[in-house]
Design a protein around this ligand. Structure first.
Ligand code: CTP
Ligand code: MG
Length: 218
């Protein structure tokens, strides 16, 4: 992997999981026999990443062997809080809500950083994507061959990420990923093609699917 001392990882687990609707933070929901975030921790360790900081919901203790920080109100605020705890040159940001990540993806995004400010896991879009106005009338059909569904992990040079996160709370709240913050600061972002199987567990349907796929792995 890139960097002399090896990358650090920021694992985001501070969300409340509103859309999953189980009444507690999503990352701690049991999935194929372990809390969801443990799947990402195992993949990070298998990739050789040992410097790991987890952004946590208020009052939740850090899992054994990793450092925890209280997360922020918005996802990128959680990234900022976790980033303050690491000093590595290269930082991998990963959502605990993507438990199907495989170890090779961490290495691939870190390696793709040479020549870019940021490298992001992303899957090709299989569906046709249309843009519609507020009334539901289609205004455009996008060129699918140029579209990517963005995932995590996302790899950054530490100084680039710190600068990109140095924005108002309002801008932080609008960021659905950190690469966007790098883009708006004029930085270069490269996609690394990954499998759609690295999906984000957002709804009860996603949780059922993740359970089946992770049980198959056991
Ligand atoms: N996350 C975080 N801090 C926040 C919000 C989100 O660390 N303030 C993390 C979540 O724990 C998750 C990842 O960012 O691993 C992606 O966010 P999302 O899928 O939106 O999770 P939640 O915010 O928990 O879900 P919801 O939006 O449905 O409430
Ligand atoms: Mg959210």
């Amino acid at each position: 992997m890139a960097g002399t001392s090896g990358p650090a990882a920021l694992l985001l687990a501070a969300g409340s999981g509103e859309r999953l609707g189980v009444g507690r933070p999503k990352a701690f929901v049991e999935l194929a026999g372990r809390p969801m975030l443990e799947w990402s921790l195992a993949a990070l360790r298998a990739a050789g990443v040992t410097d790991i900081v987890v952004a946590l919901p208020p009052g939740v203790p850090a899992p054994a062997g990793v450092r925890g920080v209280p997360g922020g109100a918005a996802r990128s605020a959680s990234v900022r809080a976790a980033l303050a705890e690491v000093s590595a040159d290269v930082v991998l940001v990963h959502d605990a809500a993507r438990p199907l990540v495989t170890p090779d993806v961490f290495a691939r995004v870190a390696d793709a950083l040479s020549g870019a400010d940021c490298a992001i896991a992303a899957a090709r879009v299989a569906d046709t994507v249309k843009e519609a106005d507020a009334s539901g009338t289609v205004v455009a059909t996008l060129d699918r061959s140029r579209l990517w569904a963005v995932q995590t992990p996302q790899a950054f040079r530490r100084d680039v990420l710190a600068r990109a996160l140095d924005v108002s709370e309002d801008v932080l709240a609008r960021a659905t990923d950190d690469a966007w913050l790098v883009e708006r600061a004029g930085g270069s972002v490269r996609v690394v093609e990954t499998s759609p199987a690295n999906f984000k567990v957002t709804t009860p349907h996603d949780l059922r699917l993740a359970e089946i796929l992770l049980r198959e792995r056991c």
